[in-house]
Design a protein around this ligand. Structure first.
Ligand code: 13P
Length: 250
């Protein structure tokens, strides 16, 4: 049984005050959520504050990125060992904004995945196609390439303890959600791709959908066979919306 999972990616948003208010409201409102796992992803600088606010709760937290390097002359980077020291459970790797704006390659993403996992931090591997890739019929090809880069570098068994997030780039922050059918199709494709290497991994790994998930579309998306929850951007900054999405997964 795959436990439903809702993860809030705050991206480059937040302040000490905003995070305090947001997490207090989420902690209060999540008491009735017993079946779904919840996690939040703040900017690096606030991870310590998030850890303190969430202490003793069942809400997990993690980072939005991680360096592919261990230590050394890599200005501006944060290592997996540092994240481990702050007890991050998860690290998002390969978010489409990292790939598109910061030029992260499939190989770099695979190294980040390996680094996180090596330290016992569960990677949330993001994959997804651009609008032109979907329109030219290349969705599966792109998703397979992104996935295969990690499988060949980390090994198929490494995928089981990780989480995969399918985020069609055209649906991120646009208000244009993939239809539940469009999302389900790609989720099923991902499982099928994984099952070529290992059936158990394909069955057990959680695959989240991300891209304009809101309270009004979450239930139908999460009802799809191969969708195990969501990676939420904009709506995760609003406690009521985020909690409604968590309830949908619950
Ligand atoms: P939105 O929910 O704002 O579309 O963002 C999705 C996302 O990129 C989560 O990682």
């Amino acid at each position: 049984m795959r436990q439903p999972f809702v993860a809030g990616n705050w991206k480059l948003n937040g302040s000490k005050q905003l995070i305090k208010n947001l997490l207090e409201a989420i902690l209060d409102g999540s008491k009735t959520i017993k079946n779904a796992e919840i996690a939040v992803f703040s900017p690096f600088l606030y991870i310590q504050q998030v850890a303190e606010l969430l202490e003793g709760s069942s809400i997990a937290y993690g980072s939005q990125n991680v360096s592919e390097y261990n230590a050394g002359a890599y200005t501006g980077e944060v290592s997996a060992a540092m994240l481990k020291e702050f007890s991050c459970k998860y690290a998002i790797v390969g978010h489409s904004e990292r790939r598109a704006i910061y030029g992260e390659s499939d190989q770099q993403v695979a190294q980040k995945f390996i680094m996180a996992q090596h330290l016992g931090i569960r990677p949330i591997l993001c994959v997804g196609e651009l609008l032109e890739e979907r329109e030219s019929g290349n969705t599966e090809k792109v998703v397979a390439r992104q996935l295969d880069a990690v499988i060949s570098a980390a090994g198929i068994n490494a995928i089981e303890a990780a989480v995969i997030a399918y985020e069609p780039v055209w649906a991120i922050g646009t208000g244009k959600t993939a239809t539940p059918q469009q999302a389900q199709e790609v989720h099923a494709f991902i499982r099928e791709r994984l099952s070529r290497s290992n059936d158990a991994v394909a069955t057990n790994v959680r695959i989240l959908y991300g891209g304009s998930v809101k309270p009004n579309n979450a239930t139908e998306l999460f009802a799809q066979t191969d969708i195990d929850g969501g990676l939420i951007g904009g709506a995760s900054l609003d406690a009521a919306d985020f909690l409604a999405i968590c309830q949908a997964a619950n």
